[in-house]
Design a protein around this ligand. Sequence first.
Ligand SMILES: O=C(O)C1=C[C@@H](OP(=O)(O)O)[C@@H](O)[C@H](O)C1
Ligand SMILES: C=C(OP(=O)(O)O)C(=O)O
Length: 443
Amino acid sequence: MPDWKIRRANTIQTELEVPGDKSISHRAVMLASMSNGTCVIRGFLPSEDCLCTVAAIRALGVPIESADETTLIVQGKRRVFAAPTHDIDCGNSGTTMRLMSGLLAGQPFRSRLIGDPSLSKRPMRRVMEPLTQMGAKITAEGKDGRPPLVIEGGNLQPIDYVSPVASAQVKSAVLLAGMFAKGRTSVTEPTQSRNHTERMLEYFLIRPQKNDLTVSLHGGLTPESRDFQVPGDISSAAFWLVAAAAQPRSHLLIKNVGLNETRTGVLAVLVRMGAHVREIVENEEAEPLGVIEVRGARLKGTEIGGKEIPNVIDELPILAVAAALANGTTVIKDAGELRVKETDRLAAVATNLRAMGAQVQETEDGMVITGGIPLHGARLDSYGDHRIAMAFAIAGMFAEGETIITNTDCVNTSYPGFYQTLERILHEPPGQQTPVITSLPNA
Ligand SMILES: O=C(O)C1=C[C@@H](OP(=O)(O)O)[C@@H](O)[C@H](O)C1
Ligand SMILES: C=C(OP(=O)(O)O)C(=O)O
């Protein structure tokens, strides 16, 4: 993909939808593959990360057909998989590697998981430790628990695992392995992370139990095959939410978007920053889904930390951009996990914001942003990280002069079509944009 060239944008007055949720798409394919029949997954996200999960599951002998780009038909294999004949390539996707590790830990064969250069630098001990305690043999071929991973599984014992990190990937890896263990496996996390695995296990009638920060399940059960609707990804919506929230007179409606309470922290933060945000859950089957409406305002700084962090973890780059556009100081803390994502997101955000003229002080586990200083265009690297590319495309919409984002192919890992929507918003003057026809009641 060529470099993106971005100029200051008009106000946004439009409505749009975002592609399917990435976390939920991965999990839907994995659980459907273990089920006892055919599952049709609608609204699937056809991004590179999720297609890695599809390829990984196909490599285990599970037939997956695509009726169209966003509809998959998965023939569940009742938790009995075939040994892969080649390495499983997880590409850029931490979720694929960590969740597949859990599933493969339960299989009586050897598999090898590889990733791209970015994934090959990410820590895997966090899943190796509990899965090894359960009885799987896992070797990391990279330094200090880095990929590739070689897994020889089967014959698992249940554990009660107390995770040192609030990570949905760790929790999900242990729960997926627990499906193959003899007895009850539990995971306790330090703070609530996204709960899609628990919700989906419930939907597929595995009936996990939840007690505060502990989730447990009985091994040996086969998920009951069911069709599944994936909602739009609120982490993808977050880019447009900030673009509208930070611009007085903007008005944006996002439809068919996931509103799971462990993912909507971005809305709470934008409200604290002074934006007018409303959400309505219209449908709740496996996952709540509905509409978000945002009206822009002059934003003000806030503090983001503690228990809120797992709920906004992927939105912190775009929230840092919002902070640079807001009046006053924003403090982001307790977010050290950002250093082990696709790139060191704290360093990448601080470097790029500074290149645009913002005042940012990076800390060990966050940053302090003094907002309100006008941004100017700059040439910015994405560092191969989709969320950095998209966050700074939005920053460019508020900057004087031209912003160039290089290394933009990475956006296909989570949001194919992002640039097309960006172009539509940049080039359609407010009067010609798809109008916001529906406004939520009492708007
Ligand atoms: O479970 C998931 O689908 C995810 C969990 C989060 O990672 P951690 O579990 O490492 O916090 C998040 O950053 C990632 O984008 C997706
Ligand atoms: C961190 C992310 O994903 P993953 O861990 O699956 O690579 C993300 O999408 O921001």
